[in-house]
Design a protein around this ligand. Structure first.
Ligand code: SF4
Length: 440
């Protein structure tokens, strides 16, 4: 059977030809806020239990158990906060962008349910600054929710109060790190903080805070509506439910696809995204955003399973799959990603600040035929200072994950084409020496 999407959180926005998203339409076609009505009839602890039972794991990148995260809040410590991470800055990830623009009420509803479950009375949606249309629609959705009694004082007569604020970020990658996001919300530069303490213990304004991703929030109303057991009955192993994957690069049909976890990369890339464009062969693919190490065509029959991805030395990360055909030079891709991370390093830790800068310089010369014979080993030695051992899952000498992420492209070059690249560098070096001699 041909590969198919399983539309749960994208059902409303995909299954209608009418692209409207406003309150009345969302109420009529997606029963928006009906799960909230149900949730308010439950005890907060029951909701935490239901979401834990569902096995939902964070969809932002780290893949931590959502209910488990909520249960880490220290008992009887108030106030507490919810911060929804809508910063989506991982290159090639565009799923949250779609959810924000085309189904903002689902996010608002999931956020209200989550705030109720964790007993928070203030919640923030931290939105990537560049998402202008998303900001407009999300704010309109929040205004509608206030106007219809789903936000504010005594929501639907339940006695529960919640203020929800849409906060636009200033546009940097590192604001997507949960502690960088909290620093930014507090009005500081979005610099990540050392953990522990984790945000659940000491987060926004030093109070217990839960940071959850947009897609995670969008799944919550469905779990409340249909039950944790229903959700846990889908997916594979400990990767349960559906996920939206943003497929881009050299494919016939790039786009967002919501699929049940456990589907193979092949069914997603070749079945749903139409395979490599122009009848070319695939050279490699990046399975989980620019931060993740790369996979080869031989991995296409592996399942979309977060733990299996770890065994393969990579991650599903933010759900961004980038496909590259046989004409692409992997060294050039590695350089471009390294340039991005060097630009986005906040500079707080020396190994990341200095290392990312040097990685970019050396990869640039390698990609442009100016490499030295030992450049790949030089990169690995830089990497050892950032991510000791240069392995996966990565070791870390830095405050946040951006540091080790800078090494993923180099790690991939070394693992998949190490001998080939060393031979190419030796040839480049020899050619340059010959030219220098000829030039006198
Ligand atoms: S790892 Fe890099 S981005 Fe993260 S805190 Fe350190 S310097 Fe900043």
């Amino acid at each position: 059977m041909a590969a198919q999407e399983t539309r749960v959180i994208t059902k409303f926005l995909r299954d209608r030809t009418d692209d409207s998203w406003e309150f009345a339409v969302a109420r009529e076609h997606n029963q928006a806020y009906s799960a909230l009505e149900k949730a308010l009839g439950m005890e907060p602890a029951q909701l935490v239990e239901e979401v834990t039972k569902s096995g939902l794991r964070g969809r932002g990148g780290a893949g931590f158990g959502t209910g488990q995260k909520w249960s880490f809040l220290p008992k009887d410590v108030f106030p507490r906060y919810l911060a929804v991470n809508a910063d989506e800055g991982e290159p090639a990830t565009f799923k949250d962008h779609m959810l924000i623009e085309r189904d903002p009420h689902q996010i608002v509803e999931g956020s209200i349910i989550t705030a109720y479950a964790i007993e928070a009375h203030h919640a923030f949606i931290y939105l990537r600054g560049e998402f202008a249309l998303g900001a407009e629609r999300l704010q309109a959705a929040v205004d509608d929710a206030y106007a219809n009694g789903f936000l504010g004082k005594n929501i639907l007569g339940s006695g529960f109060d919640l203020e929800l604020i849409v906060h636009r970020g200033a546009g940097c990658y590192i604001a997507g790190d949960e502690t960088g996001l909290l620093s930014s919300l507090e009005g500081e530069r979005a610099m990540p903080r050392i953990k522990p303490p984790f945000p659940a213990v000491q987060g926004l304004y030093a109070a217990p805070t839960i940071v959850n991703n947009v897609e995670t929030m969008s799944a919550v109303p469905h779990i409340v509506d249909r039950g944790g057991e229903w959700y846990a009955g889908t997916g594979v192993n400990k990767s349960l439910g559906t996920r939206i994957f943003s497929v881009s690069g050299n494919v016939e049909k790039p786009g967002n696809y919501e699929v049940e976890l456990g589907m193979t990369f092949r069914d997603l890339i070749e079945g749903l995204a139409g395979g490599v464009a122009g009848g070319k062969q695939m050279k490699f693919f990046i399975p989980g955003g620019a931060s993740s190490p790369w996979l080869l065509p031989e991995h296409l029959d592996e399942p979309l399973d977060m733990d299996r991805a770890t065994e393969l030395g990579t991650m599903l990360g933010s759900g961004a799959i980038m496909v590259f055909d046989e004409t692409v030079d992997p060294v050039l891709v590695a350089w471009r990603i390294a340039k991005f991370f060097a630009h986005e390093s906040c500079g707080k830790c020396t190994p990341c600040r200095e290392g990312s800068w040097w990685l970019e310089k050396v990869l640039y010369r390698m990609a442009n035929g100016l490499g030295r014979a030992d450049d790949l080993d030089l990169l690995l030695s830089f990497g050892n200072n950032i991510s000791p051992g240069v392995t996966w899952p990565p070791g870390q000498t830095t405050i946040c994950q951006l540091g080790p992420s800078t090494m993923s492209p180099t790690l991939s070059l070394h693992k998949h084409w190490g001998d080939e690249i060393r031979a190419r560098l030796a040839q480049d070096a020899e050619r340059r020496t010959t030219l220098e001699v000829a030039a006198g």
